[in-house]
Design a protein around this ligand. Structure first.
Ligand code: SAM
Length: 251
């Protein structure tokens, strides 16, 4: 595993985001399970179902953090590679935060991938990869934190080869009023409280809740993806819109 260069950004939001993830890195996986009651695992598994990892493919998982999506991608591609006696797939996790990458590298379930899984620090807005180098691009619960989301979407388009696929799993907006009410009660009260109890950091979790609220709705986000050049853009609501998977093709 190699750690590349460290990107330094000056925007206020970038600093805030870096501080948040520095502070939570060591407990990130635990907090994810606690806050979502394990549901994030189901959402990631749906993302992988849609992605359909294939032998020989190269994935770039941006804002990949501790690596759930990249690891799931390799595991699934490996099953097919073994069954079909084909070349294994490779994945690169790119994240702005070195602490998150390090926390992921320490995970026992990552050792099996060896050199097929690499890690590099870098900003979603200016990815440290050449044009058209990847078959698939994923970003899970990451694009919301990026300062210039449109720049990140253009970068996703740039690094994908023609025929490459884009997938974004992100918190979204509940599609019924009833669900919105339950969701508000949960996110305004339970999440900051959990943040305080488990990570001794109420503010970081408060920030996460607010950033979810400010994120564009399903249709508006799909339009931004189309603007970046992607074709056949669509989305699928998960858990009544609490999260959504947006996808598109570079053609
Ligand atoms: N994808 C992982 C997952 O689903 O478990 C991690 C998601 S975590 C909520 C968000 C990640 O985005 C953090 O690891 C953070 O460091 C990273 N991040 C925030 N801003 C970024 C940027 N501009 N470029 C790349 N990564 C960024």
């Amino acid at each position: 595993t190699s750690f590349g260069f460290r990107t330094v950004k000056t925007g206020e939001k970038a600093h805030l985001v870096r501080d948040v993830f520095d502070s939570v890195a060591s407990r990130y996986d635990l907090m994810n399970d606690l806050m979502s009651g394990g549901v994030h695992r189901i959402w990631k598994s749906v993302l992988l179902d849609r992605l359909m990892p294939r032998p020989g493919e190269k994935l770039i998982d941006v804002a990949g953090g501790t690596g759930d999506v990249a690891a799931g991608f390799l595991r699934r591609a490996d099953e097919r590679a073994r069954a079909e006696a084909k070349t294994p797939a490779t994945a690169t996790i790119c994240d702005i935060n070195y602490e998150m990458l390090k926390a992921g590298e320490a995970r026992a379930d990552m050792a099996a991938f060896g050199e097929r899984l690499s890690r590099v620090t870098g900003d979603a807005e200016s990815l440290p990869f050449p044009d058209k180098c990847a078959d698939a691009y994923t970003v899970a619960f990451g694009i919301r934190n990026v300062t210039d989301m449109d720049a990140a979407l253009c970068e996703a388009f740039r690094v994908l080869r023609p025929g490459g696929r884009f997938f974004c799993l992100e918190f979204s907006h509940p599609i019924t009023e009833g669900l919105q009410k339950i969701y508000d009660a949960y996110s305004f009260n339970v999440i900051p409280w959990l943040g305080e109890q488990v990570a001794d950091d109420r503010e970081s979790y408060q920030y996460l809740v607010e950033s979810i609220r400010k994120f564009p709705g399903q249709e508006a986000f799909a339009a931004r993806i189309r603007n970046a050049g992607f074709a056949r853009v669509k989305y699928e609501n998960l858990t009544g819109g609490v999260a959504a998977i947006h996808s598109g093709w570079r053609i």
